[in-house]
Design a protein around this ligand. Structure first.
Ligand SMILES: Cc1cc2nc3c(=O)[nH]c(=O)nc-3n(C[C@H](O)[C@H](O)[C@H](O)COP(=O)(O)O)c2cc1C
Length: 386
């Protein structure tokens, strides 16, 4: 367990200066009211007394990655190209290039160089360890990351232990994506610096435990010492505040970042996300224990019918048409029925296609408004019934 932060009594002078327990702003509009002592009791992530400043949401994740806002764009196959990663990083978050979307380590090196031309801010590379018979050239991809000067790596899929010594020796900071507390603890034990905890809601592979973030995040907070971000179902300032309240140090978003101006995917994909509701995703490949949350379409209906018909006899070969090699046709050609593609339940909260900067700034503003407004009003008993 992480040590409980030191509990300090509220600064009485500051209380007096800023009007006792009423929400107060200083002459620059900076919110300065102290957090009441009653909130600083035992428990992880309950902040010690510190005046809260608008525009300065700093967490262990912003510090670890040297970023402005605690918002990460998760690796996404055929979405996480240099354009998106750079746009997210330029907006103050952490953009991530998806390593395996690049066909060879050489291509990845070129993509890293392209991203560096578009941003001077930190960005990362996602390395997904797939359950494939013929493994991609992982040593080559690791070299491309290190030689390209990237120092933030998001690992996912499988235990990244074999690659940690080389990455850590090169000075890389590792955030591992996991879908359970036991995997998060394992990541911590093998030396990962942070984890991204993906709840049942998430687009992509939620694992086989089906634990939503309302439970998974506080469980992670209870067990982990290293920082973690909440992933799956995150869309706006409400998500960020809820994630912070449950002990996370930031958020990781996939689906929300696809519906942005800079995401280099076909407009049909963005529109499909805007048009979808929270009821429109399906879980596929559960019989193969490779569960994936995807947006429903004709190919997914066909795939699910095969799963129903073949039951435990289903093999990967039976569904190859619906899942293999479909991403370029969907993401680049906009053929929305070409196959199964990852999409989160959060589609139900996505109604527009902003720039990454507009999105990140909107999230931060809404989060700050909630913390400094509604939550403080509730604390001070002035919230009425809303
Ligand atoms: C289209 C798409 C492709 C994805 N591809 C990958 C991937 O290649 N590797 C990976 O680790 N995660 C991948 N993810 C998962 C995301 O990085 C992120 O964890 C997830 O989308 C979070 O859930 P959300 O969509 O509800 O925000 C993908 C997600 C989507 C939507």
């Amino acid at each position: 367990m992480r040590p409980v932060p030191e509990v300090r009594e509220p600064d009485e002078e500051a209380e007096e200066r800023h009007g006792g327990s009423d929400p107060t702003f200083d002459s620059h509009g900076v919110f300065v009211r102290s957090i009441p002592a009653v909130l600083c009791g035992p428990g992880r992530n309950l902040l010690p007394y510190r005046p809260w400043r608008t525009g300065t949401v700093k967490t262990a994740i912003t510090e670890l990655f040297g970023i402005e806002h605690p918002i990460i764009q998760g690796g996404m196959h055929y979405v996480g190209f240099a354009e998106l990663a750079a746009a997210v990083s330029n907006a103050g978050g952490l953009g991530i290039i998806t390593g395996l979307t690049q066909k060879t380590p050489r291509d990845l090196a070129a993509e890293i160089a392209r991203c560096r031309d578009m941003t001077d801010r930190p960005f990362g590379v996602n390395l997904t360890f797939l359950p494939t018979v013929t493994a991609p050239d992982y040593p080559g991809y690791v070299d491309a990351i290190i030689d390209g000067g990237v120092r933030i790596v998001e690992t996912a899929g499988r235990n990244p232990q074999a690659w940690l010594p080389k990455l850590k020796d090169a000075g890389c900071v590792i955030i591992h994506k996991c879908t359970s507390v036991r995997h998060a603890l394992k990541a911590q034990a093998i030396g990962c610096d942070a984890v991204s905890v993906d709840g049942f809601e998430c687009g992509g592979h939620p694992g086989e435990d089906d634990i939503p973030n309302m439970i998974l995040l506080p469980r992670a907070a209870d067990e982990l010492d290293i920082p973690f971000v909440a992933s799956g179902g995150m869309a706006d300032g409400r998500s960020l505040v809820a994630a912070l309240a449950m002990g996370a140090d930031g958020i990781n978003m996939g689906t929300r970042f696809i519906a942005t101006q800079e995401a280099p995917v076909h407009p049909n994909v963005k529109q499909a996300i805007v048009d979808a509701s929270e009821l429109d995703t399906r879980l596929v490949m559960r019989p193969l224990r490779n569960t994936e949350r995807v947006l429903n379409n004709a190919a997914v209906e066909r795939l699910l019918e095969k799963e129903r018909t073949l039951g435990p006899d289903l093999t990967f070969d039976d569904i190859i048409e619906e899942v293999a090699g479909v991403y370029p046709r969907i993401m680049q050609e906009g053929d929305m029925d070409a196959g199964a593609w990852s999409c989160g339940m959060v589609a139900g909260l996505i109604h527009d296609i902003p720039t990454c900067r507009e999105l990140v700034e909107r999230i931060m503003k809404q989060a700050e408004d909630i913390i400094g407004g509604r939550l403080q009003q509730i604390l001070s008993g002035t919230s009425g019934t809303s």
